[in-house]
Every structure is written in C-alpha cells, then in structure tokens.
Design a protein around this ligand. Structure first.
Ligand code: 6GU
Length: 243
C-alpha cells in the first residue's frame, strides 16, 4: 500500500471551491497520492447543507459589512471527517483553519504538521467562519489558525494549497532525493546559496571560479558565506531570530 514506512498521511480539505485543488494532482503530490503515501480528499462544504439553495453564509450579528459562514455545515463536516480519523496510534486529528488572523505558518510549522496522521483544512470565505466553530473543533482535535503572512487573500483556498505543498513535500517518500530538502532556504534558518549550471560563460557572465575549482571544502565555505550575506541583505530578521 505505502511506499514509505507506516500508513498514508490523510489530508481532508473542506471548501466551497473544491476545483481550486485540482492542481494538487500534478507533480510530486499527485505521485504521492497514486503511490499511497498521501490520501488527499477535497470536499464541498455545501454537501453538508440541507436547504434548497445549499446556503453556507448569513449576515453578521451586530451588523457590519459582508457575510459570515454559518456554523452548522462546518459542524456536520467536522463530525463526519473526524469520525473516520485513521486509528493507527489513537492520535487526534489536526484541524487547520487558514486565517490572516492566525499564527504565521513557517518551515518549522510545515515540519511539525508533516508528522501528523490526519490533517483537516477548513477553508473560510467571506468575512470568516462563525467563531463557535473553532471552539467546537477543539473538542474534536487540535485546532490551528495559520496565516501565510501579513497580507489579505480572498479565502483560505490558496493558503491551504501553499501549506499542503510545503507540508506534503516533507512527508517521507514524497520528494525522491531527501538530500535536496536539506540544502533549501529556511531549512537551516538561512536563505539558500546561488546555483549555476552550464555554460560556464553566458552572455558575458561567468560562473564564480570557486565552483569550477573542484575544491569541495572551498566550495562549501563559499556557499555558506553566500547564504549569510544574502540573508543579511534580504532577510536580516532571520538572523535576529537565530541569535
Ligand atoms: Cl491563511 N487566509 C487569508 N484569507 N488571507 C491570508 C492568509 C490566509 N494568509 C495570508 N493572508
């Protein structure tokens, strides 16, 4: 069944725009689904409505702009999806609500979540989801409100796609060469060093001599220096975090 050790990681996504997630069948994550490493299902929130118009939103108590997602479709969706959490180790599901009001999602978050057996992503739209849903979800699993960064998207779909890609590639067996995961930006708290390929001279621009030297120790030192220099100029906040 699985190509790696242990059972498949299960990821459920609930959204009113399930076709957003068609892209997840491509490339590495698509392969992981066909080899059984990843068990991904995308579900339409409207399937848990019972009125003729399949209504998922209503006006906010207290007034104000926009609409709020009604609690009951979310309650039913979470009941159903958590009732079938794979029982491998008795672990509770992790229920993620992407939200610009959440904690920032980082590589460390991705690493943590890649070790879970069952992730559920609830994609909010409009002005958000009735607050009681988060409280109720806490009775069913570990709830995380996660943001991609300090800007606003129209809903949780694009954020969920980004998070699933970041988490999914850390699941053992998803990325063919695990060495390639180690040398990337953010894995060691620094930005990645620059890369070059043939030709060694392109439009009057040369590849740095050291990379053609064959001296592996010198190359490693140069790459480390490049990482530090780039991080200092582009992302000094990362160096503050490391100290
Ligand atoms: Cl997770 N959701 C929305 N709607 N906007 C965002 C975000 C999430 N992260 C950054 N902006």
């Amino acid at each position: 069944m699985t190509a790696g050790t242990g059972a498949a990681v299960r990821i459920d996504v609930v959204s009113i725009f399930p076709t957003y997630f068609d892209g997840l069948t491509l490339s590495l994550l698509g392969k992981a689904q066909s080899t059984g490493i990843l068990d991904l299902s995308v579900r339409d929130l409207r399937d848990w409505t019972s009125d003729r118009h399949r209504t998922v939103d209503d006006t906010p108590y207290g007034g104000g702009a926009g609409m709020v997602m009604k609690p009951e479709p979310w309650g039913l969706a979470l009941d159903e999806l958590t009732s079938t959490t794979p029982p491998h180790s008795g672990e509770r599901p992790t229920i993620i609500f992407p939200s610009p009001a959440g904690e920032v999602f980082t590589q460390a978050t991705a690493r943590d979540l890649s070790t879970r057996e069952h992730l559920i992503f609830g994609c909010g739209r409009y002005e958000g989801i009735d607050e009681r849903v988060f409280e109720y979800a806490s009775s069913l699993g570990e709830v995380r409100l996660l943001s991609l960064g300090d800007y606003v998207l129209n809903g949780g779909e694009v954020a969920t796609m980004a998070m699933i890609e970041a988490i999914g590639r850390l699941i053992p067996g998803v990325v063919g060469n695990p060495e390639s995961l180690v040398e990337e930006s953010h894995e060691d708290g620094l930005l990645e060093y620059p890369s070059y390929t043939k030709p060694s001279m392109w439009r009057d621009r040369a590849v740095p001599d050291v990379l053609l030297s064959g001296n592996h120790k010198l190359i490693a030192t140069w790459r480390r220096d490049q990482q530090l220099e780039r991080t200092r100029t582009r992302r000094p906040d990362l160096l503050d975090d490391a100290s």
